[in-house]
Design a protein around this ligand. Structure first.
Ligand SMILES: Nc1ncnc2c1ncn2[C@@H]1O[C@H](COP(=O)(O)OP(=O)(O)OP(=O)(O)O)[C@@H](O)[C@H]1O
Ligand SMILES: [Mg+2]
Length: 309
């Protein structure tokens, strides 16, 4: 759905985005992470053809970026939820959507059906005639999300859709995103919410002007520190720990009544851990798995990138 090669944007002397290459598959939810000023919004604006690129190339939703004859087709296939959404506050939710649908030249009957479907999906149908000014921030964000969908795009760019929302409103918006994922729309999601990224994204990329890394949230987490298996025993002794080291050749630490075993492949190694502990005379009370959060991984990756630049 997206195929970008060496995408670069310079604002005068400032390089905002430096040779970013990435692919996003059809139906994928791709999370774009990175510190403030990393170039996330700039990348999205280039991919959505809202600003020109300095160099590089991209194919987006089957359209070649910068090719004039592809421009209208691109507009009809993508939806963009910008960082700062401007809705017409004095007019109703319905009218806001109607206005945008007409801009996209959606046929009247289709537009009516789309608006009703979207407002029902957002749980706003009953409030459709109330001015947007009377809506809460979360409700406004849902109207904004509906607005990006009114022409039924296959690819969505959502720039921090849950920023500044309370936990409940953020959850409402997240649920809508999951709903859109079920509809197999491709979603490019800029976010600072790492647990959100972990929960809803198939893959994430971490940007800091350059793309530092890309992978599934799980791969980034386990790539950071591996996975650890925690074995709680009647009594954790050095002899049991040593038996584990001898058998599995992995680091084992003792922490109170627990053994903390660094493993690479828990499915394969956990049964061996059980066997080795039992053979060494240990009695297992409980076993669990520990791994770094995406936040741990993100912070480490960004700090390492800062240190090496
Ligand atoms: N129109 C512009 N003119 C000049 N510089 C710009 C412009 N837009 C963005 N920049 C610069 O480009 C860099 C990247 O900004 P961008 O908004 O893309 O970052 P971001 O990752 O979206 O940050 P945030 O997380 O704060 O939204 C920043 O240094 C910013 O100052
Ligand atoms: Mg931004």
């Amino acid at each position: 759905m997206i195929h970008a090669v060496n995408l670069t944007k310079q604002f005068g002397p400032v390089t905002a985005v430096d040779r970013v290459s990435l692919d996003v598959a059809d139906g994928e939810v791709f999370g774009f992470l990175g510190p403030n000023g990393a170039g996330k919004t700039t990348t999205v604006r280039m991919l959505a053809s809202l600003i020109s690129r300095t160099s590089g190339s991209a194919e987006v939703a089957g359209c070649e970026l910068g090719k004039e004859s592809d421009e209208l087709r691109l507009r009809s296939r993508i939806g963009v939820l910008p960082e700062n959404v401007g809705l017409y506050e004095a007019t109703s939710a319905y009218q806001n959507l109607e206005y945008f649908g007409r801009l996209h030249r959606v046929e009247a009957g289709t537009l009516r059906a789309n608006i009703e479907r979207l407002l029902r999906m957002m749980d706003l149908w009953e409030r459709r005639d109330a001015p947007v000014a009377t809506f809460s921030k979360g409700m406004k964000q849902k109207v904004a999300l509906a607005r990006t969908l009114v022409h039924d795009p296959i690819l969505l760019f959502l720039d921090e859709p849950t920023a500044n929302l309370d936990p409940e409103a953020a959850k409402m918006v997240r649920d809508v995103i999951l709903e859109l994922k079920k509809e197999r729309r491709t979603i490019f999601l800029n976010t600072h919410q790492l647990d959100e990224a972990q929960r809803i994204c198939d893959r994430v990329g971490i940007l800091r002007t350059r793309l530092i890394t890309i992978g599934s949230p799980d791969a980034l987490r386990t790539g950071l520190s591996g996975v650890r298996t925690v074995v709680r025993l009647d009594r954790a002794s050095e002899s049991v720990a040593q038996a584990l080291r001898d058998r599995l050749h992995v680091p084992v630490e003792i922490d109170g009544d627990r053994l903390i075993v660094s493993v690479r492949d828990p499915d394969r190694q956990n049964p061996e851990i059980v066997e080795a502990v039992v053979a060494a005379g240990g009695r297992i009370r409980e076993m669990s798995q520990l791994s770094a959060s995406l936040e741990d991984a993100y912070l480490k990756i960004v700090r390492d990138a800062e240190a090496s630049s």
